[in-house]
Structure formats: structure tokens, C-alpha cells
Design a protein around this ligand. Structure first.
Ligand code: SF4
Ligand code: SF4
Length: 386
């Protein structure tokens, strides 16, 4: 039966991050998804280690999920040579490697001898000539490109720019800062979607896991609120898993999310929930009522109307000066150099700003907020009900 089903997603309940519960849930989700791939060389777990934040903040893949996955994978593939858990964090944090790996709990994986942990950029970058649709050049982690097998170990979160981040978006982190900045430097949502998918398609992982035990709702991927969902998902198709996760987050039509819709158009996976076989729970069981979506820009409006409302319906960065520690990170990460520092405080040139919200995402104390205007609040309220 599994061979006849093109898009199989395995799912298993997992109430908390207790080691035994996680191991049982990973085993179960992977079995539902048809089992681990057969592996003999070295394995890279591409985790989400966006920022030096505690696992309880739900910003990063929980180390307990990686631990459970490594034990599970090794049990079915005893001849694995080497295991590495790695990511490129958001921009500036690559200079704070020790703090990043310690706070996110990844360093414990290495101490326990289960796997090495490192930054994806540590062995340098490879120039990749051209993306399939958009990017004219990309610089991609050598470690990632040369791994025999890649397991995507993503975290489910809302995202102020792409609505959600799961398996597809997690692979964006294999590119260097300059490539990621060029992906963000546009007002068009399709630009960013195609850039993310250009990077994804360079070398899709062999298998995907999604940590949705404690997800993030609201202003993800950095400043949202942890939300208990209690599931681990697994499968061979990233888009199919993300579509299931979007349904879980309350989307009636997950393919209304631009990234998922564009991924389907590019042939990466299914284009409807009917094309997905969910094993391990029912669609009704996994739905999370009242899940708070990310504030969005104008992506929900049909393309032909966007010109008329652009500027009316907006989510923009807004500084809460009293919380600002004058670190300058927002100015460093802005892809269009729209931020100037005056006496250490950021001043935004609104004519240049493309509302990518990277400054909001990367601001350590959350001083740069994402502010919806009146029309955006109405739009978001209506959209959340859909
Ligand atoms: S807004 Fe945030 S990122 Fe920018 S200088 Fe202030 S604290 Fe740093
Ligand atoms: S100011 Fe912030 S939201 Fe505007 S373009 Fe720069 S990083 Fe993006």
C-alpha cells in the first residue's frame, strides 16, 4: 500500500519532550511514513538552530527530538559511520557559535557522544551557478552538499514573512548570509518563495522530521509564543509534511500559503490534501483550534489587487526604543540597507524598506516589533477565521 501512495506522511502523538516519549513517537511516525532510508555513509541532521535560545522558547528544533531520531535511525542503520547535527544560524549568530550551541541544548548531544554538532559554514561554501527559477548564483554549505545522507529535522513555527516555517523553509539555512539577503530583498512574495525553493532543490534531504510537540504561534519565527501541539511528523516529501502542519495550524487550504502553492507548481509535492495519505492520526484529531497565525503583509490578496492596496494593508517594523540595546544587528541584517544607526538606535528609511521583517526576526530583545496597521488587523482577523 505504501508504494502506491505518492505522498505519505507519518504522524505520532508526543505530549512532551521526555526522552522515552520522544523516542517512541519518532519510531512510530517514521514507521507510519514507511521507515528510515537505508544509509551506510555519513549522516547530516539539518536542524533549526536559528538563534541562541533555550529549547523551551520553541525557536529551535528541540534536542530531545534529535536525540530520539538519532537513536531510532541508528537502530535501523547500524553501519552508519558518522553523525553530524548542524545549521547556519541567523546572520550575526554565526559569530557566537559556543553560545548558540550551548543555549539551544545542542552541545549536550556532542557531550553524550551521540553526534558532532557544528555550524554548516564551518567547512566553507560552494558556489552554485544557478537556481532552477530565480537566483543567478548561490553560496551553499560544503558540509551540506557533501553529506551522504541528509535528514531534515525542522521546527514548526509561524513566520512573519512566509506565514509558516517547517520542512521546506528549514533548508533555506544551508545558504550563506549574502544569498539569504538577496532572497529577501524584494517586495514580491513570489521572489522569496522561488529563492527558498531554488535553495531547497539544489539537494533535497532524503528524509524529513518535523518537531511539532511545542510549536510557535503568533510572531514567529523568533518572537512568537510557544504553543503545545503534541505531534511529531515524518516522511519523504517536505511539502506534504508542511501541508499537514498547515492544516494543523488551522488553514482550511494549506495551499493558500504562497510557499506551498509555488512549491507545488514547481513539482516538489502535492497540491491538495486529498493527495496526501496521513497515517497515525486522523485529520480531525490533529487540528489545533485557535492557533494564532503570523501577522502577514498583503500576500492573501489576489495579485491583480495588490497594487491598489499596497501601503494600505501593511505590517511594518516598528522600534520600541525603550527595549533597544543598540546592538546594531537590525542594520546588519537588513537586505536593502534601509536602517541607519543614529546614536546607536535604528532609524528606518520607509522608502527603501521592503517589509521583509528580517530586522524583527533577528532583534535579540524583541525591540523591533512587527506592527500591523488598521486594515491589516482587520484582514488578519478575517483570514484567521477562514
Ligand atoms: S532594534 Fe534590536 S537589533 Fe536593532 S539595535 Fe535595537 S536591540 Fe539591536
Ligand atoms: S528595515 Fe527591516 S523590514 Fe525593512 S527591509 Fe530592512 S530588515 Fe526588512
Amino acid at each position: 500500500m505504501t508504494d502506491a501512495v505518492p505522498y505519505l506522511v507519518g504522524i505520532a502523538p508526543c505530549q512532551d519532550y521526555g526522552p522515552e516519549k520522544v523516542r517512541t513517537a519518532v519510531d512510530s511516525a517514521v514507521t507510519h511514513a514507511g521507515g528510515w532510508p537505508l544509509i551506510s555513509g555519513n549522516v547530516l541532521f539539518k536542524a533549526n538552530i536559528l538563534a541562541p535560545r533555550s529549547p523551551e522558547d520553541a525557536v529551535t528544533t528541540h534536542p530531545a527530538v534529535l536525540r530520539g531520531a538519532i537513536h531510532s535511525l541508528k537502530a535501523s542503520n547500524p553501519e552508519i559511520q558518522e553523525l553530524l547535527v548542524a545549521d547556519n544560524p541567523g546572520y550575526i549568530f554565526s559569530h557566537q557559535k559556543e553560545m548558540l550551541l550551548a543555549r539551544s541544548g545542542m552541545v549536550e548531544l556532542e557531550r553524550s557522544g551521540l553526534a558532532k554538532v557544528d555550524l554548516l559554514s564551518e567547512r566553507g561554501l560552494v558556489n552554485v551557478a544557478k537556481g532552477k527559477a530565480l537566483l543567478s548564483s548561490m553560496r551553499i554549505s560544503r558540509t551540506y552538499l557533501e553529506a551522504t545522507t541528509v535528514i531534515n529535522a525542522a521546527k514548526l513555527k509561524t513566520h512573519v514573512e512566509t506565514e509558516m516555517t517547517g520542512c521546506l523553509k528549514n533548508i533555506f539555512g544551508i545558504a550563506d548570509t549574502a544569498t539569504r539577503k538577496s532572497a529577501h530583498a524584494s517586495r514580491s512574495d513570489e521572489h522569496l518563495c522561488h529563492a527558498i525553493l531554488d535553495i531547497f532543490e539544489i539537494r533535497p534531504p532524503e528524509f524529513h522530521l518535523l518537531d511539532a510537540v511545542i510549536a510557535m504561534e503568533g510572531k514567529g519565527p523568533s518572537h512568537g509564543t510557544p504553543r503545545h501541539l503534541g505531534w511529531i511528523l515524518a516522511g519523504k516529501n517536505a511539502l506534504a509534511i508542511d501541508a499537514v502542519a498547515a492544516w494543523m495550524m488551522g488553514y482550511q487550504d494549506p495551499f493558500s500559503i504562497p510557499l506551498l502553492r509555488v512549491a507545488h507548481k514547481r513539482g516538489i509535492g502535492p497540491g491538495s490534501l486529498e493527495a496526501i495519505h496521513l497515517r497515525g492520526a486522523s485529520w480531525e484529531q490533529i487540528r489545533c483550534p485557535g492557533f494564532k497565525r503570523a501577522p502577514g503583509n498583503i500576500r492573501w490578496i489576489p495579485t491583480f489587487l495588490r497594487g491598489a492596496v499596497h501601503g494600505l494593508v501593511k505590517v511594518r517594523p516598528l522600534l520600541q526604543r525603550e527595549r533597544c540595546v543598540r546592538c546594531g544587528i537590525c542594520a546588519t541584517v537588513c537586505p536593502v540597507n534601509a536602517i541607519e544607526l543614529r546614536e546607536g538606535y535604528p532609524v528606518i528609511d520607509s522608502n527603501r524598506c521592503v517589509s521583509c521583517l528580517c530586522c524583527h526576526e533577528m532583534c535579540p530583545p524583541g525591540a523591533m516589533t512587527a506592527k500591523e496597521n488598521f486594515l491589516a488587523r482587520i484582514a488578519i482577523r478575517n483570514r484567521t477565521r477562514s
